[in-house]
Design a protein around this ligand. Structure first.
Ligand SMILES: [Zn+2]
Length: 97
């Protein structure tokens, strides 16, 4: 069962990064969503704070996802070119429908 959930505050961001499982999708009203490695340097608390806390998620949000496949299916997210999250454990049928 594919999973994703919105990361709503810095505390949640810290928890998922400590757990070091899954990936982070950042949506943006101005461009395509990108999926990042969970501990990639491109994810910073400053940027998170700006987008989620200060701008109140009006211009995009952060989501935790269990896999790159989920990011692609649920968000149509592209892989970040900076941190290059890998495709792995892609089950047959993941990209169907
Ligand atoms: Zn990245």
């Amino acid at each position: 069962m594919a999973q994703s959930k919105e990361i709503e505050n810095i505390d949640e961001l810290r928890k998922v990064r400590l757990a070091d499982e899954g990936y982070i999708v950042i949506t943006d009203s101005a461009r395509s969503p990108l999926v990042h490695k969970i501990n990639a340097k491109c994810i910073t608390t400053d940027r998170f704070n700006d987008k989620v806390v200060i701008k109140g998620r009006k211009q995009g949000s952060y989501f935790w996802v269990d896999s790159v496949a989920t990011a692609a299916r649920e968000f149509e997210a592209k892989r970040c070119k900076a941190c290059k999250p890998e495709l792995r454990l892609v089950l047959p049928g993941t990209f169907d429908s």
